[in-house]
Design a binder for this molecule. Structure first.
Ligand code: ADP
Length: 447
């Protein structure tokens, strides 16, 4: 097992990785920007190295400085968390070239899944059901018109290098296809430096359901069930739950079996998430994320497994700690993403924490680096806390979540706690009857 892990990230996920490492008796190295010198993960880590100024490009994305920090602290391995360099295949290769262990998937798999056109091709080859669409990138308008005609309008133009919902355009009819493809291309070019786009059928009212998978890199893989992430604003997840309120145990076993087999065939290593849209009883693959997800704790709550520990074990060459038969799904878990934002306008609201009291009690988990006196820097993502609650069933989970939100005090700036409180009173949310469009419609009618 490793002696020391460098955590190439910040915020709650850096703390999450630190906790798993320390529980395994592994020392940690925090790397941080000058803006994060007082962050909780920096205070708790065994060693800390400043890697640059606040701008992420100069610090958390600064590969030479991160590698140098690993070398001077004699770290054995690097955990990238999520975001930043976590899905950068080149970084994974550089880590390995420096004789450090990359706690993540094989670089070739990161590369394939990072290109959505390649990812869809690979997924189809592995037997996963796809959203109907163009067979590869769009190279001419005539071809696009033909494909769109075949699959039927509305269609969606998507960027091959896409992420965070950018470079995506809904096309209502043939007349607007050319213009919207051009817009998607220029958006993709400026966001990702790659203007490759493809077409997909635009599903009317799907849910977003994703499966957690884990591979040992040697042809063994398991699934850890699904998460329902349909509550989204601007294609960004707001609240996630496991299990999905609309998936039966039989569907979970069936689709889970398909994705686990696919990952075994691929020789996939480590944690991964296979994202589907789900409509009228059918799953449609949209993409795979080759990293730990923000919402992984809901899976941990219903399976009792520690996903970061599992990642570290697999990276150290140990087998998966469980077989598929040993994975049991129990109860219900919900995660609320708490952002330092105005709960109505969603305008960022960083600042100093003047007052802090985290909720507690049975089955209540808070993943956050906040503490009284801490200054939330304005330079990064606005996620400041994740509240994850477990209940023996969905109703009990929601009751406990209401109680926990009631207790939660974060003073000094605005947070999205009131948004979650309002959501948990809505009859449609309570009935589990919502799709990816629901939250935006709800927000529109509420204001
Ligand atoms: P990104 O990587 O930019 O987040 P995804 O492919 O994961 O893009 O899609 C993000 C979200 O966009 C999905 O969760 C869903 O809400 C919406 N979306 C993506 N593809 C489709 C589609 N074919 N039809 C309808 N909505 C879609």
């Amino acid at each position: 097992m490793f002696n020391k892990i460098l955590i190439a990230n910040r915020g709650e996920i850096a703390l999450r990785v630190h906790r798993a490492a320390h529980e395994m008796g592994i020392k940690t190295v925090a790397v941080h920007s000058t803006a994060d010198a007082d962050a909780m993960h920096v205070r708790l880590a065994d060693e800390a190295v400043c890697i640059g100024p606040p701008s992420a490009t100069d610090s958390y994305l600064n590969i030479p400085n991160i590698i140098a920090a690993a070398e001077i602290t004699h770290a054995d391995a690097i955990h990238p968390g999520y975001g930043f360099l976590s899905e950068n295949a080149r970084f994974a290769e550089i880590v390995e070239l420096h004789k450090l262990v990359w706690i993540g998937p094989k670089p070739e798999h990161i590369r394939i899944m990072g290109d959505k056109v390649e990812a869809k091709r690979t997924a189809a080859g592995l037997g996963l059901p796809l959203v109907p669409g163009s067979d590869g990138p769009i190279t001419s308008i005539d071809e696009a018109l033909k494909v769109a005609d075949e699959i039927g309008y509305p269609v969606l133009v998507k960027a091959a290098a896409g992420g965070g919902g950018r470079g995506m355009k809904v096309v209502p009819d043939a007349a607007s296809l050319e213009t919207l493809i051009a817009q998607a291309r220029s958006e993709a070019k400026s966001a990702f430096g790659d203007d490759t786009v493809y077409l997909e059928k635009y599903l009317g009212n799907p849910r977003h359901i994703e499966f957690q998978v884990f591979g040992d890199g040697n042809g063994h893989a398991v699934h850890m069930g699904e998460r329902d992430c349909s509550l989204q604003r601007r294609h960004q997840k707001v609240l996630e739950e496991a299990p999905s309120p609309v998936i039966s145990a039989a569907q979970r076993d069936e689709m889970g079996g398909i994705v686990a087999n696919a990952m075994a065939k691929l020789g996939y290593r480590g944690a991964g998430t296979i994202e589907f849209l789900y409509e009228e009883g059918r799953f449609y693959f949209i993409e795979m994320n080759t990293r730990l997800q923000v919402e992984h704790p809901v899976t941990e709550m219903v399976t009792g497994l520690d996903l970061v520990r599992e990642q570290i074990r697999v990276a150290a060459g140990e087998p998966l700690s469980v077989t598929q038969d040993q994975i049991e799904f129990r109860g219900h878990a919900i995660e609320c993403r708490i952002n330092a934002e105005d709960p109505r306008s969603f305008a960022p609201s960083p600042g100093k924490v003047t007052d802090y009291h985290a909720p507690g009690g049975l089955h209540v988990r808070v993943d956050s680096g906040l503490y009284t006196g801490y200054n939330v820097p304005p330079y990064y993502d606005s996620l400041v806390s994740k509240l994850i609650v477990y209940g023996s069933d969905r109703e009990g989970c929601i009751r406990r979540l209401r109680r926990a939100l009631e207790e939660y005090v974060i003073g000094g700036f605005k947070t999205t706690i009131p948004l979650h409180q309002a959501l948990l009173e809505d009859p449609e949310f309570l009935s589990g009857d919502y799709t990816i469009k629901w939250l935006e419609e709800w927000l529109a009618k509420d204001t």
